[in-house]
Write a protein that binds this ligand. Sequence first.
Ligand SMILES: Cc1ncc(COP(=O)(O)O)c(C=O)c1O
Length: 394
Amino acid sequence: MPPAAPDFDEIIDRRGTNCSKWDSMEPVYGVSPDEGIAMWVADMDFRPPACVQRAVEGMAAHGIYGYAASDDAQREAIGWWMDRRHGWRPDAGDIFTTHGLVNATGLCVDAWTEPGDGVVLFTPVYHAFARVIRAAGREVVECPLAMDHGRYVPDFDAWDAMMTGREKMMILCSPQNPGGRVWSRAELEGWAAFARRHDLILVSDEIHCDLTMPGVTHTAMTRIEGVADRLVMLTATTKTFNIAGAHIGNVIISDPALKARFSARMRALGLSPNSFGLAMATVAMSPEGVDWLEALRGYLDGNRRLFEEGVGKIPGVSPMTLESTYLEWVDFLGTGMSREEVLRRIEGDAKIAVNHGTSFGRGGESFQRFNIATPRARVKEAVSRLQAAFSDLQ
Ligand SMILES: Cc1ncc(COP(=O)(O)O)c(C=O)c1O
């Protein structure tokens, strides 16, 4: 019997499960999970595909939690998935398994830069990049994205002028978090050329590549010509299938010298995969996972329309049109209000916990980020609370 269709409308109470999104919202934002809505941390309030659940139940039933033998099956599954979903197949020998992609970012910084070197980010961008770079004693070089008709676009001329020669690496978020852009092939070629011009290792974080809106196509950086000798690609199943707590991710490198260096760092740090993460990721990359993902993308698109239409009606408030991810990036600049006043209304009046735009670096100051990967009834409720909180602008 085929698995039952996923029910993304089901409200699953996550409170009291040591879950960051709901159990930390009060200490972090002062918003009680009993009356508030958690729209911050990037995980979803949905169960993963049934095959993932069965894999965990199988391990629990066996009851032995020893070391995993290898990650071969996962690497085979990644080949199948990338070929089927993204039109390229990595060699199994090019794939490393890390404890997630923040961990992988730290490993990359460690492998290819020295203290004091510059690492280029295109901001606003996922906040953990800067955190990891600074914690490693490297310098964050913030290159602000330009805006064209409400969409982020690269600004290579401006960025060329900012380079000093101390930069050794760039990290591209593709698709982009926040902002939800799916970069075009021409834009990706531009980034590849930028990396070559400034002799940078190009780290391409593609964790959101599967979460495109229906009809939108992501282009993997591995499909761009002339960049393989400096390319380090990061991918994961954790956003796609909502298994972030499994802390598993992959680094894909085809250049032999880069691969040898990364492998040496992995060995020096004694890293080996978590067996739960391996089991969950491996089964998810399957025909059953594909069906689940297609249902999810349709559902998220429905949430996106509801949110963008409803929030877009508030005068002075502009959500960016989401092309991928489930993270709505909303500009409050047009309200003319201070950041403090905007947040007082979102957190205090509407009781919604959101990621503050300032944490994403230059260009994020007037924005807030809302996670819409939650049952539609909650998105609806959030939209009406926001409309009420800003009703004096109507
Ligand atoms: C671009 C990007 N990279 C990495 C991560 C986190 O990766 P992990 O949970 O594998 O450390 C996130 C989470 O939101 C993200 O948006």
